[in-house]
Each structure stands twice: as structure tokens, then as C-alpha cells.
Design a protein around this ligand. Structure first.
Ligand code: NDP
Length: 245
């Protein structure tokens, strides 16, 4: 349960991977973390874990692609200081020629419209904070194309331009806009979701990168960027494994 004494950070997609690691890390930094995702059991367990270690956490089930649900979440939230737009993913991983339009739509909905819904709904609260931060987890796929990246590359490029545009639109307001673009992260769910459990296909993409990043590597970066003095805006950080070209 929240105590009302902490700065409040909302993390989307906090049920696994980078989002879960970021939530743990921000709780350790003294934030009250609001854990959101569709898998209720996962975020409730994580909230309990954080509280058992002296942190403050709330778990609220939320699908970021559902605008009405996002609006209801925002209306009930109360204080917010940081929004970490982490929910996302790649589904299917095919060439442009072979990509399934249904996969493209699903990727657009979570990686682009999910960010839009959350950001629009929470900007009023972030303004009230007087020291707000919107953070977007994009990807190296947001900055360069790669073969087979297809719809994921397209969706993450859109997320990148949302971050850049929003930052310009908020110049002069007390809200920072930060983009973190990770390279390959061996997160809990990512390879499985992306390749629908096809280990051979996943291994082919991780080829040559014997040591991908961990979710904790990205959580560290997120925490560092957020905890800079409030007049310092870290626009964009690209974090990749040393072995990734
Ligand atoms: P995971 O698959 O482990 O985590 C994805 C998270 O997003 C889950 O918690 C999932 O929760 C949540 N999510 C998915 N769809 C929705 C939705 N509609 N509403 C709410 N939550 C949703 O992957 P990662 O931790 O690796 O990915 C986190 C972010 O980092 C993503 O944006 C991804 O694109 C990005 N990224 C990942 C990289 C990697 O190599 N792993 C590299 C670069 C960027 P639930 O299913 O419970 O809703």
C-alpha cells in the first residue's frame, strides 16, 4: 500500500523483464511504484516482494491498448511524478514481404498507441507534480532498420518520434521526456513472445551476442536517467551489449 510520502512512479509492463526490474530498482530508490500489466497475479506478487523489502508498491491490472481502461486508471491514480512507458514487444519477426498485418497492428497498438494513451492520460498529473518525467523504452530498432525487423522497427521508430516531438512540445513545462533505446536484452519474456517459443529462430537473432544485456542493466540506466537533477533532461540513451554491432 502507498503511504502518500513518496514520489510516485508508474511502470507499464511491470509483470516481467525490463519493467519488473525497473520497478524493483525504482522502489529501492525510494519511489512508490505503481505496477501495471495485464497479468494481475505477477504484479501482485511483485508488489508483495517490494513491500516485504521495505518498499512501497501498488499493483493495478491495466491493458495499455484499452483507452477507456487507461483513462479510468488515470482518474483513480492520485499523485504521479514519473511515467515509465515500458509495455511493448515484438510479435512475429518477419521480413516486410512476409509480415502478417495482424502482427503489425498488434505491435503498433502496444508500442505506439499504448505510449500515446498513457502519456495523454497522465500528463495532467505529471504537470501537477511540478517535477514530472515521461520515459519511453524504445529500442535500437527505433533508430536503425534490420532485416526481419519489419513491423517492430516501424513501431519503435514511431515511439522514438513521439519522444522527440513530446519533448519539444513540453519545453518550458516542468516535465522531462527521456528515451532509452536498448539493444538485445535477454529479458524473461521477450524472445519467447517475439518468436512464439521458436528457440532456433531466437538463437539466430542472438547469434554473435554471447552476452546480451540483462533487464537489470536497463533498469540501472532508467534509474540513473530519472534521478538526474530536475533541470537535466537526458534526451536519448542507447545501451547495447558490447558484442552487438
Ligand atoms: P517482456 O516480454 O519480458 O515484457 C513485456 C511487458 O509488456 C510485460 O510485462 C507485458 O505484461 C507488458 N505488456 C505487453 N502488452 C501489454 C499491454 N497491452 N498492456 C500492458 N502491458 C503489456 O519484454 P521486455 O522486458 O524485453 O520488454 C520491455 C520493453 O523493452 C518493450 O517495450 C520492448 O519492446 C523493449 N525492448 C526490449 C528489448 C529486448 O531485447 N528484450 C530491446 C529493446 C527494447 P503483460 O503480458 O502481463 O500485460
Amino acid at each position: 500500500m502507498g503511504t502518500g510520502q513518496h514520489r510516485v512512479a508508474v511502470v507499464t509492463g511491470a509483470s516481467s523483464g525490463i519493467g519488473a526490474a525497473t520497478a524493483r530498482r525504482l522502489a529501492a530508490e525510494g519511489f512508490e511504484v505503481v505496477l501495471t500489466a495485464r497479468r494481475t497475479e505477477r504484479i501482485e506478487e511483485l508488489a508483495k516482494e517490494i513491500e516485504s523489502q521495505g518498499g512501497a508498491a501498488r499493483a493495478i491490472t491495466l491493458d495499455v491498448t484499452d483507452r477507456a481502461a487507461v483513462d479510468a486508471f488515470a482518474a483513480a491514480l492520485g499523485r504521479i511524478d514519473v511515467l515509465v512507458n515500458n509495455a511493448g514487444g515484438a510479435f512475429g519477426a518477419e521480413s516486410v514481404e512476409q509480415g502478417d498485418p495482424a502482427d503489425w497492428l498488434a505491435m503498433y497498438q502496444v508500442n505506439v498507441l499504448g505510449v500515446l494513451h498513457m502519456t495523454q492520460a497522465l500528463l495532467p498529473g505529471l504537470r501537477q507534480s511540478g517535477d514530472g518525467t515521461v520515459l519511453i523504452l524504445s529500442s535500437t530498432a527505433a533508430l536503425a532498420a534490420y532485416e526481419g525487423g519489419g513491423g517492430y522497427v516501424a513501431a519503435k521508430h514511431a515511439a522514438h518520434t513521439i519522444a522527440a516531438t513530446l519533448r519539444l512540445e513540453l519545453v518550458g513545462e516542468p516535465i522531462r521526456v527521456i528515451e532509452i533505446a536498448p539493444g538485445m536484452v535477454k529479458s524473461e519474456g521477450f524472445a519467447v513472445t517475439r518468436f512464439r517459443g521458436d528457440e532456433a529462430k531466437a538463437a539466430a537473432v542472438y547469434q554473435g551476442v554471447s552476452q546480451p544485456l540483462t533487464s537489470e542493466d536497463i533498469a540501472d540506466t532508467v534509474a540513473w536517467a530519472i534521478t538526474r537533477p530536475s533541470h537535466v533532461n537526458i534526451d536519448l540513451l542507447v545501451v547495447r551489449p558490447r558484442a552487438q554491432a
